[in-house]
Design a protein around this ligand. Sequence first.
Ligand code: 16G
Ligand code: ZN
Length: 531
Amino acid sequence: MAQFEEVAKKSVLHPKPDGLILQYGTAGFRTRARDLDHVMFRMGLLAALRSKRTKSTIGVMVTASHNPEEDNGVKLIDPLGEMVTPAWEDYATQLANAEQNGLLTALKDIIEKEAVNMDQEAFVVLGRDTRPSSEKLSQAVSDGVASLGGKSHDYGLVTTPQLHFMVCCRNTQGQYGTSTTEGYYRKLAQAFIQLTKHAPNRTDDQKHLKVDGANGIGALKLKEMESFLQKELQISVFNDGREGKLNLLCGADYVKVQQSPPQGVQMTAGERCCSFDGDADRIVYYYVDSAGHFHLLDGDKIATLISAFLKEFLIEAGLDLQIAVVQTAYANGSSSRYLGETMKVDVYCTKTGVKHLHHKAQEFDIGVYFEANGHGTVLFSKAAERKIRQLANDQNASDKRRKSAQILESTVDLINQTVGDAISDMLVIEAVLALKGLSIQQWDAIYTDLPNRQLKVKVADRRVIDTADAERRAVSPAGLQEAIDALVRKYNMSRAFVRPSGTEDVVRVYSEADTQGNADTLAYEVGLAVY
Ligand code: 16G
Ligand code: ZN
């Protein structure tokens, strides 16, 4: 077939280094940029097949998120803006690892297994982060799409969540929004302005926010968005990429893991600051107090703030909708306890990785999901959304109920339901703080984090570690969990677990305990037990 001839011809221009094996991991392929050209071409092929199979637009994002600038990566986005379905992750791995002379066989194998109609058209949208390698790699993706006769549209520099948004808009005939960056800014800004009308007396301090852009795409996009916000939020962007290196000593991952402020942000006591990661799908907040102590408000604090807000207005509106919070093993024990015992919402734990949380959150009327690292969003079921919108427009309802429903409706519009989104989450948080009249210190004081520590350990083969119970227990190698249990028993209010990373060749260790010293020692000891 002519199509396959074209693939054969073009693939020679994107050769696979012999013997290189890569895995479609937690969030796609991720490794040194120089090893990725063939993967990109092949992901173009796969995206074209997925598009034919689903008769929908598929997204391909070129980014390595919070990884160092020298790395890159790629992930596929399914029709409704969600992560590509697991069976296709396996195809991605097979296709990426086929040696050059086995590529067509691997491709035909997928076509056969999925009964892909090759006469169907394919349409793929592309996006990329600001890494120097991203443009060329993105070109390799579109070569792949074209060699199967597919068409593509390149959005160029966009945040990961913006591309998810575009895919969803395109496949829902514009119901979710307009599939341009301007459409995205307009939708979010309108919802934000609508929402903050319910907090008419915001001071200049409350309207001002400092953002660490991790020297990445988020900084660029925030500047583009500024005018749409009509001064309702005044953002000072630091680490905007003009000088510093992407993710180096800054960004959400750095701040969360180091538990210290990023370089390059001038902070004064009590001021609200936040950090995005390299592709702007994560956010954490923080401040320094008057004694100079650093306070981090991570994904768990964000989940608590947002779910408390939603719950309050659901009650005010008299809407009987079930709300649940989904977390991972990394969630601070204090947060899970507060959510369950004080706020009385259902709390669930899943494996690390957005797709797992997202999937679980879909089971509820309203599913709030956040990883402690700051990746998360809120999902509203179709029925929940319909009830909220109906009440918001119901002239027979009491003013109080209608107004509460209007607040919920604007919140729905402000949230990027396709995936965690630093820009959207930031606007939600800013609006909630404004409506509730909370300072960042008051938000922080809702509950107190247990001191905790994260470490990574290099081992010969991280795959020997197998986990169960949402990664909270190690089932192999034999004896490891017993060793961890014995260590944990030595400390008060303690907990620890290990898991193989899905994005780096390391084992991650997490601990928490009554004091920082104990959490540190426990993590260190568990690290030794793994080694
Ligand atoms: C990826 C995941 C993130 C997860 C992290 C864990 C997505 C979009 N991103 O960045 O959710 O927290 O991996 O990395 O799923 P690790 O497996 O190396 O600890
Ligand atoms: Zn990211």
